[in-house]
Design a protein around this ligand. Structure first.
Ligand SMILES: [Fe+2]
Length: 364
């Protein structure tokens, strides 16, 4: 039985969008090579311990913070809120939930002011801020525009052992569900949740957690993603291409998943759709629909379902990973959000490929 997070009596903070992620990397030089030289993110500021990066169209100080540390992990999923008062609202909201809350008027990173960081009810380090240093928006710096240019931070993706619990908590926090994956009993296996007017600012994927599945940057067009594949091939780092390129069923986006030197997963993403109307319909996918994850029906590699990054508590210690309970039909036929392969018949019948998923836990 899902143990739901209670709904606070105080108003949820008014969140604008996902704004940045802070990750710990074990070799800052190697990570700089990957994010700056290969992916072309722009350095706002850096020193021997930390690099602040932003995408081409960003006007706030950073979208990604690389901090040197002993254990590769995620230190913060940071959201921008609508006004300074909403930082107060975030603090009150999480205090009422009984979460650990830390407020820093000077911010947790350079370029960001008054902020609240919390250990949220799912165990993730969430941050909320409004005050931020503006920097040059590079939109028309075509002299800097690369063929694989990353233009915006698009979304986070989080792995949690109890997706229904997480969905209810994030809906209370003001997120709306654009798409989800359910089984015949109505159990949610994954949910895409937004504040800005795209498919998502974050998604919940079922699995051992809390862990960070990926952070996604947007490109303008599909061909930008193809260029990243070509470039990684030319640099002989094609082993860092984990999955794709392809077209998602959920979100309709064209995608690519790649791995940084520590194994943090980055998605490159383009061409999802507008979700801003209040009655934007939620699209529900059947957990057995093999086109939900890849519109062309290509298999999903096992690592994509089993591997993810640790997340840190507010002291910088990795949160313990809780093994997902096996529930309903997923225990025997599917895992995660429906762990299965297409075109991999196990000989049991014409739809065997659809049922040939690994037993959850076998790969964990
Ligand atoms: Fe994604």
């Amino acid at each position: 039985m899902t143990n739901f997070v209670p709904t606070p009596t105080v108003a949820a903070p008014d969140i604008v969008r996902c704004a940045y992620m802070e990750i710990v990397v074990t070799d800052l030089a190697k990570s700089r090579e990957f994010y700056v030289d290969v992916l072309g993110l722009h350095v706002t500021e850096e020193d021997e311990n930390v690099i602040y990066l932003r995408s081409l169209e960003e006007f706030i100080h950073h979208n990604l913070v690389l901090r040197k540390g002993p254990v590769a992990a995620v230190a913060a999923f940071a959201y921008r809120v609508k006004s300074p008062a909403e930082v107060d609202a975030a603090e009150a909201y999480y205090k009422e939930l009984g979460c650990r809350v830390e407020r820093r008027k000077e911010g947790f990173t350079k370029g960001v002011g008054d902020s609240v960081r919390v250990e949220d009810p799912l165990g993730f380090p969430y941050e909320f801020f409004y005050d931020v240093q503006h920097v040059e928006r590079l939109t028309q710096r075509y002299d800097l525009y690369s063929a694989g240019e990353l233009v915006r931070l698009d979304h986070f993706n989080q792995v949690t052992p109890d997706v229904p619990k997480g969905r209810k908590y994030l809906e209370d926090l003001g997120f709306r569900v654009s798409e989800d994956i359910k089984d015949a009993d109505g159990v949610t296996y994954a949910a895409w949740m937004h504040r800005k007017q795209t498919v998502h600012d974050t998604a919940l994927t079922g699995g051992n957690g809390p862990r960070m599945h990926h952070v996604a940057f947007a490109t303008h067009e599909k061909h930008n993603i193809i260029q990243i594949c070509d470039k990684m091939g030319a640099l002989r780092i094609s082993d860092r291409i984990e999955r794709g390129p392809g077209r998602h069923g959920v979100s309709n986006a064209f995608y690519l998943y790649i791995l940084d030197p520590d194994g943090h997963r980055i998605e490159i993403y383009t061409q999802d759709y507008y979700t801003g109307d209040p009655d934007n319909p939620t699209i529900t996918w059947d957990v057995h629909d093999n086109q939900r994850r890849d519109w062309w029906g290509n298999p999903v590699v096992p690592s994509w379902y089993t591997e993810a990054s640790l997340v840190l508590d507010l002291d910088g210690t990795p949160q313990p990973v809780i093994v997902r309970e096996e529930k309903s039909e997923m225990a025997v036929t599917v895992g995660a959000d429906g762990f299965s392969y297409t075109r991999k018949a196990d000989g049991d019948g014409p739809d065997a490929g659809d049922r040939a998923g690994f037993k959850l836990g076998a790969q964990l």
